[in-house]
Design a protein around this ligand. Structure first.
Ligand SMILES: [Zn+2]
Length: 395
């Protein structure tokens, strides 16, 4: 077991669960060897994990001459989590298994502007219907992961003043869900959960920068294998970093030439409209790029270059192995990333860029749901949470 020394307290059931989930131990003998626990102590803890449905026993084919040892495996279908990635115009609702794999999902037909109470009240029957359709018992729900655009107060699970979400500031979201589903609810920023999903999709990569370019611009930072939220949950909020060669466009934050007013989807819609194109949303920008419209290609490349200018500093600072680009504008990937690469390679140190991969997100279109699932799974399947659940007489 990682970091375990002979002087620490005896391994708990939750710690044994982690060994099994991570594939570090599979038989009772291996668990005994990894933890130093007696056979009886291992058996007692394993029995509790089996009863809770967190692990299951698989008897393999008989080895030549010997009795096959029963192997314990993580029971991914031994429960579910609910995922609710909330967007300004679109919110998804999903049921996932305990690995974050989507079992069933649907899209809500309400924008976030209806307010948190109404939106979540509308999400609950959708989740109920998905559970019924999938035949998933409500008693198996272990938690709910929610994401919203903008900075989140992790303690209360509320939005910290997101201009895109009027009426959501300071409203604690977990109580709106836990009244109906009495399980842990975790809330995080939409780009952070996308970073969690991309991190899970990149095994072996511990340092990753996830950049979302949609109506707005934001980044999620995974460093040393962990999502970095920063002191106040605002790590990766790069949208209001000014660029050096902008035309002097004022931003709502009071600064001039912030990345968000020059390189976001909304900025491209504005600039292409000014150039006489019939564009109403990010989708129209992508269509023009795909048609090879020279102004659209040039403007997207410039946006990429400005994005790269800000990312270059981040690359120098945290030395990621992968910069993954996601969000709606990824549909215009080629000119966007050409600009990003140009700026990063010019402005970052060679040591930080020689093996740097700049790639489209592997989880494109799915990262919100999967990331919300991982957000809450990381908490409810952590050893301490498993131990707490096992010691609860009602569970
Ligand atoms: Zn700004």
């Amino acid at each position: 077991m990682r970091g375990r020394t002979p002087t620490t307290a005896p391994a708990t059931a939750g710690e044994i669960f982690r060994l099994v989930r991570d594939g570090e131990a599979g038989t009772r003998t291996e668990i005994g060897r990894a933890t130093g626990l007696s056979r009886t102590a291992v058996a007692a803890r394993v029995d509790r994990l089996l009863a809770e449905g967190l692990v299951t026993e698989v008897v393999g084919a008989a080895a030549t001459g010997g009795r096959p040892a029963a192997r314990l495996v993580f029971h991914a279908t031994g429960g579910t989590v609910l995922a609710l990635p909330i967007g300004v115009s679109r919110t998804k609702a999903a049921i996932c298994d305990l690995t974050g794999e989507v079992i069933a999902e649907d899209v809500l037909d309400q924008p976030a502007s209806v307010g948190p109470e109404k939106l979540i009240a509308a999400a609950i029957p959708v989740l109920e219907r998905l559970l019924a359709t999938a035949g998933a018992a409500e008693s198996g729900i272990r938690g709910i992961g929610v994401s919203i655009p903008g900075t989140v107060d992790g303690g209360s699970g509320s939005s910290i003043g997101v201009p895109a979400l009027p009426g959501w500031e300071g409203v604690s979201l977990p109580p709106l869900l836990s009244g109906r589903f009495p399980v842990p609810v975790r809330v995080d920023n939409d780009v952070n959960v996308m970073a969690l999903a991309e991190h899970a999709a990149h095994p072996g990569v511990d340092d990753l920068l996830m950049v979302k370019v949609s109506t707005g611009v934001g980044a999620g930072v995974v460093s040393g294998g962990r999502l970095q939220r920063g002191a106040w949950g605002a790590a990766g909020e790069i949208g209001h970093t000014p660029v050096h060669d902008g035309p002097g466009v004022g931003c709502g934050c009071g600064n001039v030439d912030c990345l968000e007013v020059l390189a976001s989807g909304a900025a491209l819609v504005r600039d292409l409209s000014a150039a006489g194109r019939d564009v109403h949303g990010v989708g129209d920008v992508i269509t023009l790029v795909k048609q090879g419209d020279p102004d659209a290609v040039r403007l997207v490349r410039t946006a990429g270059r400005r994005l790269g200018e800000v990312l270059a500093a981040a690359v120098n600072l945290i030395n990621p192995a992968v910069v993954t680009i996601g969000g709606d504008l990824v549909g215009a990937y080629d000119p966007l990333v050409a600009g990003v690469r140009e700026a990063i390679y010019r402005q970052s140190m060679a040591a930080a860029t020689q093996d740097l991969r700049i790639e489209p997100g592997l989880m494109s279109g799915r990262s919100g749901v999967t990331g919300c699932a991982i957000l809450v799974l990381d908490e409810v399947l952590a050893p301490a949470s498993v131990d707490a659940a096992l010691s609860d007489p009602d569970v």
